[in-house]
Design a protein around this ligand. Sequence first.
Ligand SMILES: Nc1ncnc2c1ncn2[C@@H]1O[C@H](COP(=O)(O)OP(=O)(O)OP(=O)(O)O)[C@@H](O)[C@H]1O
Ligand SMILES: [Mg+2]
Length: 469
Amino acid sequence: MNTTGNILIVDDEKNIREGLKKTLELEGYNIETASNGEEAFEFIKNNDFDLVITDIKMPVISGTKLLEMINNIKPYIKVIMLTGHGNVETAVESMKKGAYDFFTKPVDIDKLILTIERAIKEKNIILENIELKKQLNEKYGIENIIGSSSSLKSVMDIVKQVAPTKATVLIEGESGTGKELIANAIHRLSDRADKPLVKLHCAALNENLLESELFGHEKGAFTGAIAMKKGRFELADGGTLFLDEIGEISPIIQVKLLRVLQEKEFERVGGTKTIKVDVRVITATNRDLLQEVQKKNFREDLYYRLKVVSIKMPPLRERKDDIPLLVNAFIKEFCQINNKPMLTISPKAMAILESYSWPGNIRELRNLIEGMVVLARGNEITEKDIPPHIKSEIIEKDFVKINLGLPLSEVEKIYILSTLKFVKNNKSKAAKILNIGRKTLHRKLYEYFGTSSSDDNSDENEEEINEEV
Ligand SMILES: Nc1ncnc2c1ncn2[C@@H]1O[C@H](COP(=O)(O)OP(=O)(O)OP(=O)(O)O)[C@@H](O)[C@H]1O
Ligand SMILES: [Mg+2]
């Protein structure tokens, strides 16, 4: 059985065009024909061909020229050249320019059919790869990093600036702040994007295992080393190596790592051959590495080698502006993954999520949204769907402690002050919460504290709208 596909045959000789068309149609292919390069190129621009079979010698636009034109706009289309006797040199020339194969006339049909099948299969694999790469870029590229806070924007500026260079990058930040996501983005945006991005979690392995994971080992290097194994540095050659939890590596590994970074060479465990590599190293840690240096747990020289560029991931509680964006994006993502109709989230539920402190950062938020989407019954996520530990943190934070035995006026005073603090001194918001008019609030402030307008953080327009009549 052959691979079906769309083929364009280009030849200025009608007999050859039509003859090939008939033969290949019998094999199940869809065939179009063109009698010159110009007509062919128009067809190719506007249609999806898998393969073009073109005569080389044609007036105006030769087959070789057409090949170049195709390569410029749709390089994945395979091109097979046809040539008359005595023109083999031009055919070889076109092979150098990227033709898939060439045939001399009269064409050996059986051989041509086999070649066509192979070419179309290859073209489909290439297209699949292009599609996969596109998906990977969507998943790991910069588009997937959500947030518009100024602190994340500064991080992204550094990412874009540093990506095309070879500089080592140290990414510091609490757990779940997106360190790995940033490492992915740096790799994808670099000219190493087509080469491997190899990752290693340094905390998960003991010293010996870590050493052989990083540098590989020779056969027989230690009990159990039954075959030679390449290390991550070798596997990442030409690409990027991401070492996670770098703060956990032992002094011996620190020395070895320093050497690779300085000399760009190493030996496999148990080996004597020096191996040279070209690897860009990105590391991450949720420790304060400088503190580890001061405590003499981490070599200072290695520290400075690793942090030629340093990126500090801000915790989510310090970029609360990003929360609504992240929440909406995760809701969309998990609705799609779980084949659910698009859910919305109530303003109150969103406000709770915005106030929470997110000790587990974006990972915690993402996991929470996934759970809520999966369990949601209606088409809106409400505060009822939010787990109690999150709600209780909010309640505790908004709690006012008032000693018993105070006169009511004192209680009112404390309560008004706490409310103002809660809304960052925005008097319109405070008046709304207290369910009194703004003028009343000002009067009470004057009465209790002898002032009403100092440190007013409120928006004047808003105040006008809320003005008590
Ligand atoms: N800005 C962001 N936009 C979208 N998703 C994000 C963002 N930051 C982090 N995430 C997601 O949050 C999760 C945690 O991110 P990541 O694994 O990069 O964090 P980390 O800092 O490496 O955490 P750990 O220190 O625990 O390894 C991942 O699912 C990641 O896709
Ligand atoms: Mg990580």
